[in-house]
Design a protein around this ligand. Structure first.
Ligand SMILES: Cc1ncc(COP(=O)(O)O)c(C=O)c1O
Length: 439
């Protein structure tokens, strides 16, 4: 078998430079909460392939369902010859997503595609064009979703021109705006009314907890206020639960924590245990506003991905993975707070369930946007963690957030070991050039 070094050399001559990888190790196998690379090195997985393998890598029921489905048929295209698995996934989505009203779903391949379609549907249903998004938002890398995404480097730099009729307003970011939820919502709503006008808004699109933007948890009351304003304005309130969904935050969907019932909800990532599938689910009258044939795509709702989704959902129910996410928080949070007490670079420990984060700043320094971010220290910790065998992801507009996204099935001893490696990785801060580091 080729080594990681061999594969890295081959990659340089064959794979586009724009597609980068966090670690230079190549995967041989992965199961549950661990991974082994082709050099025989073991890893604890605190990333779940960016919040995808919530049920664990190669989850037994998913493997079995995929195997059974590929033996029956691999593809017909639902727009040509439909099949039960697609319908069954839509039934499950209607049952699991917040809101006790009639719903419809449409299936796609990726999160970005789901977001694009949610915007298409909202525009069609309202006859309006403006889409409101937030600071630090991440919604994907296609042309429309690049415009919806906030961060320029690496997602948007040099890739314009971008789609029009997108308006960005302030996100509730308690560490940096110091506002309560109601105040932050009033400020954002003021911006919308000033710059767009309530009667022109087709959709308000928001991640209930921001993902790539830094695991930003809005202050309590922010989301319900925006949802209420949207309803009053006749705009579609879209929750992008692509990263937060499917038990990640300790509920099936993060909106549930504040009793928010979005008009439309986008899902992907955790929905199918690692197979590519995404969905838009929402109020029947909004979803069905689109004419027949207006939505679709060759692979959307592929039968193998749908079979995987049904097995994933069954696994989540059987193992009560929402409770498992809450338990991960119970175990991890005290240790993360202890780590923050030891390292002044950690300005905040935040998150919900198994979506947890540490924001790193330069201690004692303040800038126009609050505490001064420390991306160098963040990168140093992540690099040290990788050296120790812990797959650890970073995120944030300023690249200064360490995020924890373990699979929800992670074994107790794996979680314990992963947290110990994270604690060890923080020792790297004593060696960085960051002023004040390790004091
Ligand atoms: C909240 C959110 N929306 C959309 C996307 C885009 O999903 P995909 O990468 O599957 O296109 C992501 C991916 O990270 C995400 O976190």
């Amino acid at each position: 078998m080729p080594t990681s070094a061999d594969l890295h050399r081959r990659r340089g001559a064959a794979v586009a430079r724009g597609v980068s990888s966090m670690i230079p190790s190549y995967v041989s196998t992965a199961a549950g909460g661990t991974m082994t690379d082709v050099d025989g090195r073991g890893w604890i997985d605190f990333g779940s392939g960016i919040a995808v393998t919530n049920v664990g890598n190669a989850a037994p029921k998913v493997v079995e369902a995929v195997r059974a489905q590929v033996e029956r048929f691999t593809h017909t295209c639902f727009m040509i010859a439909p099949y039960e698995q697609y319908v069954a996934v839509c039934e499950q989505l209607a049952e699991l997503t917040p809101g006790d009203f009639e719903k419809r779903s449409a299936l796609f391949n990726s999160g970005a595609e789901a977001v694009e379609n949610a915007v298409k549907i909202a525009r069609h249903a309202t006859g309006r064009q403006a889409v409101v998004v937030f600071d630090h938002a991440y919604h994907g890398r296609t042309n429309l979703t690049m415009a919806l995404t906030a961060k320029v480097m690496p997602y948007k730099h040099g890739f314009g021109p971008f789609a029009g009729e997108i308006y960005r307003v302030a996100m509730s970011y308690p560490l940096r705006d110091g506002r309560g939820g109601a105040d932050a919502a009033a400020y954002a709503i003021g911006q919308i009314e000033k710059h767009v006008g309530a009667t022109d808004v087709a959709a308000v699109l928001i991640e209930p907890i921001q993902g790539e933007g830094g695991f930003v948890v809005p202050a309590a009351g922010f989301l319900p206020a925006l949802a209420a304003w949207s309803r009053q304005a006749g705009a579609v309130f879209i929750a992008d639960e692509i990263q937060t969904g499917f038990c990640r935050t300790g509920s099936w969907f993060a909106c549930e924590d504040e009793g928010v019932e979005p008009d439309l909800i986008t899902t992907a990532k955790g929905i199918a245990g690692g197979l590519p599938l995404a969905a838009v689910t929402g109020r029947a009258e909004i979803m069905d506003a689109v004419h027949p044939g207006g939505l679709g795509g060759t692979y959307g709702g592929n039968p193998v991905a749908c079979a995987a989704a049904l097995a994933t959902i069954e696994t989540m129910r059987e193992l009560d993975l929402a409770a498992a996410a809450r338990r991960i928080a119970e175990v991890a949070l005290p240790r993360l707070h202890a780590l923050a007490a030891k390292h002044p670079q950690i300005a905040e420990v935040r998150g919900r369930g198994a979506m947890l984060a540490l924001e790193l700043v330069r201690p004692g320094e303040s800038g126009p946007d609050g505490p001064v971010p420390d991306p160098a220290a963040t990168a140093a910790v992540a690099k040290a963690a990788h050296g120790l065998g812990l797959l650890l992801l970073t995120c944030g507009t300023y690249g200064n957030v360490i995020r924890l996204l373990p699979p929800l099935v992670i074994a107790d001893d794996e979680l314990d070991r992963g947290l110990s490696l994270l604690e060890q990785a923080f020792e790297a801060l004593t060696d960085t050039t960051t002023p004040g580091a390790g004091k």
